[in-house]
Design a protein around this ligand. Structure first.
Ligand code: NAD
Length: 466
């Protein structure tokens, strides 16, 4: 029987991250994956979604080229080519990751992993052949799957989740998106830009769940300007085939009215649920909560069973690939007997690749006040930033939430051009517990978008240049 230092079940960012990091630290690692290396992120999530958002970006840029004196005529979409490029990007990354695992000598098991007890994993290949492997430590990184709501069974044709919507070809002419969280918002933004009529239905009074309300309201207004029909506080009541063949009628209530809309597709984007059933976890004594999340000690990611660890979307922490990478390092370092710094879940970067992009890290004003801080807030609009004018992207702002007593930066919130890239500076400042004075007195290159962050930090010192 093969024996390893570590066996990882699940080859998404959490699982392959743990395998690669563990192997780089000299551990003898096995990785069990039933479907595709890269998991949801590479194959059915972050990467294919952002790739399609880039198609929308190119389309918008070309459509607006005349303003810069570049005459190209009205662009049109070849969606088959767009989906083909998406596939090429995905397959290059999957190949690259698989190659890296091979070079680090991670033993790859293609099959369905089942925890048979502490240190024991059974792998069932697609040919039905089984194999038992053993290890000193087992890491469960089995991820998540799209959730749905009662009455909306996913048929993969008319009623879809992101699993199908990412690969629609041809594009539908109209879509109702249920849920305006990150997935719903990103699809709404991309689809409206390439000419799909979008109805966005959200149960809560705001988009983007835990974001600062000012950011999500800015995004909502921009989507409405780009023809998205955004209905907040909407309650979806059902659906049925429409009278027009090939269409579905979706029923919802909004502002006290019972309403219906006929659309080609319904995209259910109401969150993700942990994928933890049928893999022997509970039988092996691993505690799983009522929602299906594996319970862990947040400092070390140990489960209730000695030698078994869990990370990524299958535990109740933010369902983000980069959080899974961070957790992979925590678990491996704990397995190595080191003392890892736990992930600061309050400070993780959130990046939403809509147009405009939305990104934040740390506390918003309300959260900071609720924690007893005396809060000071400064905002800089991109309208005042030279680089933003040059790019033709002057909408949006950077907002810093600071502790008025110490000047410490508690949160950074950005909506606007390249917000997802610009967040890094804010993320580092918040997590290194920088003060606004420390950041404001550092040099921000000119002309860059990052000047909005520098200006905001400087204004928190009570002085400014602009
Ligand atoms: P989400 O939790 O972000 O949003 C789901 C939304 O659906 C919520 O706003 C919720 O109020 C709404 N909703 C739930 N039931 C509803 C109903 N019956 N009618 C109308 N609205 C309803 O979940 P998601 O957008 O599906 O994304 C899942 C996870 O995937 C996220 O938690 C995120 O971590 C991850 N993700 C991240 C990114 C990114 O970081 N850019 C992108 C995509 C997905």
């Amino acid at each position: 029987m093969a024996r390893f230092d570590v066996v990882v079940i699940g080859g998404g960012p959490g699982g392959y991250g743990a395998a690669l990091y563990g192997a780089s630290a000299g551990l003898n690692v096995a990785l069990v994956e039933a479907r595709d290396i890269g998991g949801t992120c590479l194959n059915r999530g972050c990467i294919p979604a952002k790739e399609l958002l880039q198609t929308a970006e190119v389309f918008r840029t070309v459509a607006g080229a005349g303003e810069f004196g570049v005459q190209v005529g009205a662009p049109s979409i070849d969606w088959t080519q767009a989906v083909k490029r998406q596939g090429q990007v995905v397959s290059r990354l999957v190949k690259g990751t698989t190659g890296l695992l091979g070079r680090r000598e991670v033993a790859m098991y293609a099959g369905f992993g089942r925890l048979a007890g502490a240190g024991v994993v059974d792998v069932m290949g697609s040919d039905g052949a089984g194999e038992r492997i053993e290890a000193d430590a087992v890491i469960l990184a089995t991820g998540s799957a799209p959730a749905t709501i009662p009455g909306f069974d996913i048929d993969g044709d008319r009623i879809c989740t992101s699993d199908q919507a990412l690969f629609w070809d041809p594009l539908p002419r109209s879509v109702a998106i249920v849920g305006a969280g990150v997935i719903g918002a990103e699809f709404a933004s991309a689809l409206t830009d390439v000419g799909v009529q979008v109805l966005l239905l959200e149960a809560l009074p705001k988009m983007l769940g835990s974001s600062d309300p000012e950011l999500s309201e800015h995004l909502r207004k921009e989507l409405v300007k780009r023809r998205v029909d955004v209905r907040l506080g909407a309650s979806v009541t059902g659906h049925r085939p429409a009278e027009t063949p090939g269409m579905e009628t979706i029923a919802f209530t909004h502002s006290g009215e019972d309403l219906e809309a006929d659309v080609e597709k319904v995209l259910v984007a109401v969150g993700r649920r942990p994928y933890t059933g049928g893999m022997g976890f509970a039988e092996a004594g691993v505690a799983v909560d009522a929602r299906g999340f594996i319970e862990v000690d947040p400092e070390t990611l140990r489960t209730s069973v000695d030698g078994v660890w869990a990370l990524g979307d299958c535990i109740a922490t933010p369902a983000l690939a980069h959080v899974a990478y961070a957790e992979a390092m925590v678990a491996i370092r704990a397995i190595l007997g080191e003392a890892p710094a736990p992930v600061n879940y309050d400070g993780v970067p959130w990046c939403v690749y809509t147009h405009p992009e939305v990104a934040w890290a740390g506390l918003d004003e309300d959260e900071a006040r609720a924690r007893g801080y005396e809060v000071e807030v400064v905002k800089t609009n991109y309208a005042a930033i030279g680089r933003a004018m040059i790019l033709g992207e002057t909408k949006g702002f950077v907002k810093i939430v600071a502790d008025a007593k110490t000047g410490r930066m508690l949160g950074v919130h950005i909506v606007g051009p390249w917000a997802t890239e610009q967040l890094t500076e804010g993320y580092l400042s918040v997590n290194w517990e920088a003060t606004a004075a420390e950041l404001g007195h550092l040099v921000h290159a000119h002309p860059t978008l990052s000047e909005a962050m520098g200006e905001s930090a400087l204004r928190l010192t009570g002085r400014s240049i602009h």
